[in-house]
Design a binder for this molecule. Sequence first.
Ligand SMILES: Cc1cc2nc3c(=O)[nH]c(=O)nc-3n(C[C@H](O)[C@H](O)[C@H](O)COP(=O)(O)O)c2cc1C
Length: 436
Amino acid sequence: MKSKLLDQHVLLRHRDVDNIHRLDVYLAHGGYEALKKALNQMQPGEVTDEVKASGLRGRGGAGFPTGVKWGFIPKDISPRYVVVNADESEPGTFKDREIMESNPHQLIEGIALCAYAVGAETAYIYGRGEFRTLFTTTLQQAVDEAYAKGFLGQNILDTDFSLDLYLHLGAGAYICGEETALLNSLEGWLGQPRSRPPFPAVAGLYAKPTVINNVETLANVPPIIAHGADWYRQFGTDKSPGTKIFCLSGRVNQPGNYELPLGMPIRTLIEECGDGIIGGKAVKGILPAGASSAIMGGDKLDTPMDYESMAGAGSMLGSASFIILDETSDAVWAAEKNIKFFKHESCGKCSPCREGTHWLAGVYRKLREGRGSKQDIELLNTIIDQMEGNCFCLLGEFVVPGVRTSLELFKDEYESLAREENEVEKPAQNLVHALL
Ligand SMILES: Cc1cc2nc3c(=O)[nH]c(=O)nc-3n(C[C@H](O)[C@H](O)[C@H](O)COP(=O)(O)O)c2cc1C
């Protein structure tokens, strides 16, 4: 479906141009012109400068400025690598998949531009294991076509620039979206996070300088180089320029991916793009960054969807996977579902995350089965307090805001599940001690 709010898509171009996944069609619509321009008219540093000037921010979640990240890559250490994060494991996120399936050459061109800018000759796209079909058909075909026409391989477009691009599948683990766990997995080790520093820009893949960017981030680069930073800045806000793919799911009439300029209100996404809530019900809660986000109440519908405004409203934009709860949704059920996910996906490296998600899941289950007391609600708070700031990586930290805001916003629902103290078996105090 064509977004009602953009004349033409920047990323989801297959919605305007049929078969743009084919190289001939992509070329007929300006494909690889940005790469030609960069290789023939720009020094590598100028490509980085243009991306910096565009204000493009990483679309994998953290929103770090992309050009600044490229600028960190030391030029005196070789080899250098580009790694594309196509893990896309956050619940409710399905945007990178659509880009790779429907507009893969724009991603490949973005990778080539990034590699040229940082002086890398090898790049990898790391995908979650569930992307096997995509990686072995459409995406591999696009890579093969790009090699055949000289957009990848040796002496690209008869210049000194060479680039090999490999597709690599993980086994399907949320933690492998975390960039250092991804690098471990790509190297063949267990997918667990590394301590930082050193950061991947200095010591990444095989301890060499490595740029890691999300699929959507890199798909933005060809239009930026083709049309310039000023053109890109016509979309979005001053601090959050450009367009973004918003993944909309939950209790809406039309779930799906919608590409909008950053800074549009949440209401626009739900009401105009998603055609409102099923049965005309009221919005009860918004999870703007999938399971990892602080939940926003239904009174926050006018919050602009950009990095600053979402943080100002007490949550985050993250990868912009908006899961919508309506007045009929069971908030405790939804929170338990997220906790089960995190418990399953905790990599086990650190005890606050491994044990914390385990105990949270246990207490949620107890409450939902009618065996919990008010003390168990307190216990949920105690567990997240002890997890916060103590986890080795952000996976465990992501658990905290969802539980905390769920407890705050939907206190009545939790309390309605809690039985009186003398009606239930005594909550085990040693749950708390186990986390100390
Ligand atoms: C637990 C966890 C899961 C993550 N999953 C993804 C993911 O699936 N895709 C992604 O691009 N970034 C993910 N990230 C963020 C990456 O670590 C990293 O910031 C990102 O790939 C950088 O690319 P960008 O600057 O283009 O956003 C995850 C982070 C954490 C802590």
